[in-house]
Every structure is written in C-alpha cells, then in structure tokens.
Ligand binder design. Structure first.
Ligand SMILES: Cc1cc2nc3c(=O)[nH]c(=O)nc-3n(C[C@H](O)[C@H](O)[C@H](O)COP(=O)(O)O)c2cc1C
Length: 189
C-alpha cells in the first residue's frame, strides 16, 4: 500500500509542506509506504489543450509531470495539499491538476486513477479564508478522476482537512488531518 502526498505551495518549508508531511506520518504508523512531492521549483508546463494525450496517454511535454504521473499511478492513496490563494487552490496545484487530464483521456478508455482514495488539505492564513472552497477545488478534481474522496471523519466530520495560520500550532487543524488519515486507515489498511 502506497500513499503519495503533494504540496502545491511554492514554499518548500511552509504550512502546506508541514501538513502534507504530517498526514503521511500518520499513515506511516500503519506501515503505508509514502512519497512526498513538493511542486515548488518543479518544471511543470500549463496544459495547452492539444489533446495529444488522448491517443496514447503521453503528454507532449516531457517535464516534471512525469515524476507525478509515476507517483500517482503507483499509489492507492493520494493526498493533495494546497495553500489557499484568493479562496482557491494555488496556480501550481491547478496546473498540476489540469495536466492530469491525461488520466482520463477519452470515453472509450478507462479512467486510470479510478477507485483510488483521494484526500484534500487546504491551508489558509485565516479562519474562513477560503479553506472550504479550496477543498471543493481539490475534491472536484478527485471526483472527475472517479476516485473515492475522503473527508475528515469522526468526530468532527466536516468538509475535509483544513489549517488556519501556523500549521504546527493549529491543534484543531492537525486533528482534522489525523481524523482524515484514520478514515483512510479504516478503509484500506
Ligand atoms: C497570493 C496569495 C493569496 C492568498 N489568499 C489567501 C486567501 O484567500 N485566504 C487565506 O486564508 N489566506 C490566503 N493567503 C495566505 C496563505 O494561504 C497562507 O499563508 C498559507 O498558510 C500559505 O501556505 P504555505 O506556507 O504552504 O505557502 C494567500 C497568500 C498568498 C501568497
């Protein structure tokens, strides 16, 4: 069983990085193999809508998305963390998600990520800063891949995992991450 966690923040050591690593550390206690990826500094082109990926599931760009394609293909659990930017996912996360159109290339072929477990983490500077709308962005992406979207579960059970402000000291936020990971453990580990 493998989990990949991706941070969509430009900050290598910021709140999103901390939160995604924290989520992976919970799974590691249950012997899940983990891979952490930061989009910071990665060379990822915008999707140009050329639809060449329809033909053979290969993108015309040979860039760092190849690392991500491989990680997502080989994982049963996918955790996407984004900072809240203007109430939405970061541009880095959106660009990465757009390039994942390759996994659902045409109606005749299968959805490659179908059935995998997906979780979102949104890190905003403020409480009510747009964490829920950011999670909606992530959840919509996961649903379009026909993945199983997991929320933060018992005992809070709201929109998913959210951080407000400084991640390491946001005890309630970290609990939403823990609860979400325990939901995953209950399902598959
Ligand atoms: C361009 C930009 C837009 C932002 N927009 C929001 C926002 O709408 N709501 C919010 O709560 N925080 C907003 N923030 C603050 C970040 O979400 C917050 O500082 C977050 O913890 C950053 O994550 P990081 O440390 O992983 O980079 C914004 C920050 C930037 C740079």
């Amino acid at each position: 069983m493998k989990a990949t966690g991706i941070s969509g923040s430009p900050n290598k050591k910021g709140n999103t990085a901390y939160s995604v690593k924290y989520a992976l550390s919970v799974l590691e206690k249950y012997d899940v193999e983990t891979q952490y990826i930061s989009l910071s500094g990665m060379d990822i082109n915008f999707c140009t809508g050329c639809w060449k990926c329809q033909e053979n599931r290969n993108c015309v760009f040979q860039d760092d998305m190849e690392i991500i394609y491989e990680a997502l293909r080989t994982s049963e659990i996918i955790i996407l963390g984004s900072p809240v930017y203007m109430g939405m996912v970061s541009g880095q996360m959106k660009t990465m998600m757009d390039r994942c159109v390759l996994f659902r290339p045409s109606y005749e072929q299968s959805l490659e990520l179908e059935g995998k477990i997906g979780c979102g983490i949104a890190c905003g500077g403020f409480r009510n800063g747009g964490q829920e709308t950011t999670l909606q962005n992530i959840h919509t992406f996961l649903l379009q891949q026909n993945m199983k979207v997991i929320s933060d579960g018992f005992p809070y059970s709201h929109a998913g995992a959210t951080i407000a402000g400084d991640a390491p000291t946001d005890e309630t936020g970290l609990k939403t991450i823990e609860n979400m990971m325990m939901n995953v453990v209950k399902m598959v580990v």
